[in-house]
Design a protein around this ligand. Structure first.
Ligand SMILES: [Zn+2]
Length: 267
């Protein structure tokens, strides 16, 4: 005899299996539908997440996604070399140094030996303000081949003993150079620098507006000495020294951010 209860139980058990399988199938199907209906992007890192992820090595960074965007390099400013001759002057030079400091501009000062000795504080401040001091002879006399070495050496000694800096560059007065002058400069290890743009600030008949107009030619002025921009000639001594400072201030007020102001190479 069969066991009816077992049989019944069996039959009940057998009877529940299709229902359970159906339930599993429905739940499983529903999960599948839900899974498929969710946007796939939610399960993969976005490009932003890939870039911001901190790489553990260069290789990992390369594998994480595309490289960061490349920005164009900052535009390069035109280079210019401001030079001031014949100082240091007790009146003009401190005013000029104040102005250059306010614009964070460095320049090259071709100074005279006798002015350096007479106004040592101004010479020292020129150096401590970050400018270059260079040799412009002792008395501003026209250099002669036979006397050039002595003129330059006496000025080297005056500048070094006053400021602690031994110049490495020189500019002959009036730009009057020659093979003999250059040989003297070379003998003392000095580089000669003349200029490109003469502002003519030394001429009392030239008005302030004309000096500013000359400075306005800076960006387009030609040069051929191998530097990266023109050398500007100005003067910070004598009766016209303060006028130069005034004209330069007018020009710098609108142009100080447009240029890369540098000290002459090697000075
Ligand atoms: Zn001079």
């Amino acid at each position: 005899m069969d066991h009816p209860e077992r049989s019944t139980n069996t039959s009940r058990g057998l009877g529940r299996r299709p229902a359970l399988l159906l339930l599993f199938a429905v739940v499983g199907g529903l999960s599948l539908v839900l899974t498929l209906s969710v946007p796939s992007t939610a399960f993969s890192p976005t490009p932003t997440a890939r870039i911001s992820a901190k790489p553990t090595s260069t290789t990992t960074a390369q594998n994480l996604g595309p490289p960061p965007p490349q920005f164009p390099p900052a535009p390069t400013k035109p280079v210019v070399y401001l030079t001031f001759d014949d100082g240091p002057d007790p009146t003009s030079t401190p005013v000029l140094l104040d102005m250059l400091a306010s614009y964070d501009i460095a320049a090259t000062f071709f100074i005279l030996g006798h002015n350096t000795v007479n106004f040592p504080d101004v010479a020292v401040r020129t150096v401590t303000d970050g400018h270059a001091v260079a040799n412009h002879t002792y008395h501003h006399r026209r250099m002669t081949p036979s006397g050039s070495v002595a003129q330059l050496q006496k000025t080297q000694d005056a500048i070094e003993s006053t400021t602690g800096v031994l110049p490495t560059c020189y500019r002959p007065p009036y730009g009057a150079t020659s093979d003999g002058v250059r040989a003297a400069g070379s003998q003392l290890g000095l580089t000669e620098w003349l200029w490109d743009l003469d502002t003519r600030d030394w001429d009392e008949k030239v008005a302030n507006e004309q000096i500013v107009a000359a400075l306005n030619q800076t960006e387009s002025f030609s040069y051929s000495h191998g530097l990266e921009g023109p050398i500007i000639l100005m003067h910070d001594a004598g009766p016209e020294g303060l006028r130069t400072v005034d004209a330069l201030r007018v020009w710098l007020d609108t142009n100080h951010t447009r240029f890369d102001f540098r000290i002459l190479e090697g000075c």
